[in-house]
Design a protein around this ligand. Structure first.
Ligand code: AMP
Length: 130
């Protein structure tokens, strides 16, 4: 069965899209640690990041760098942190989290943007993608 993230890539489930190319896709996390928390995923459905072929792994890192730079340019933060967990969704995803304090990296601290805020945030980040 397709993962929830494959359904997002295919447009079967809505998302606040940030970026897409032929192999990768980025969208806002729906339960963010901080405003601008973004997930970057490969389009191929693989559960664990260490099981990605090397080309896809390296391509994903390059894609996350591009998206991370756009987050840094558009969201008020000290820096963008990178985390890979994957205990909830079995489809590789890299968390890009705008950080001002350690609590935002803990996944215990959550924020609840409104739909309008999600739309504004995603548009701001999208406008800085190069
Ligand atoms: P983990 O697998 O533990 O790395 O966490 C999965 C992440 O995916 C969590 O931060 C969720 O909030 C996020 N998530 C789950 N479903 C969706 C969705 N439909 N749209 C955006 N983010 C999601």
């Amino acid at each position: 069965m397709a993962s929830i993230f494959t359904k997002i890539i295919n447009g079967e489930i809505p998302c606040y899209k940030i970026a897409e190319d032929d192999k990768f896709f980025a969208f806002l996390d729906i339960n963010p640690n901080a405003k601008g928390h973004t997930l970057c995923i490969p389009k191929i459905e693989v559960d664990k990041i260490m099981d990605l072929d090397e080309e896809t792994y390296m391509g994903l890192m390059a894609f996350t760098r591009k998206v991370g730079k756009a987050i840094e340019a558009s969201i008020d933060c000290n820096r963008v942190g990178i985390t890979v967990i994957g205990l909830e969704v079995p489809h590789v995803h890299v968390h890009l989290i705008p950080l001002n304090a350690m609590k935002e990296a803990t996944f215990q601290h959550k924020v609840s943007p409104t739909k309008e805020e999600f739309e504004t945030i995603s548009a701001k980040i999208r406008s800085k993608i190069q």
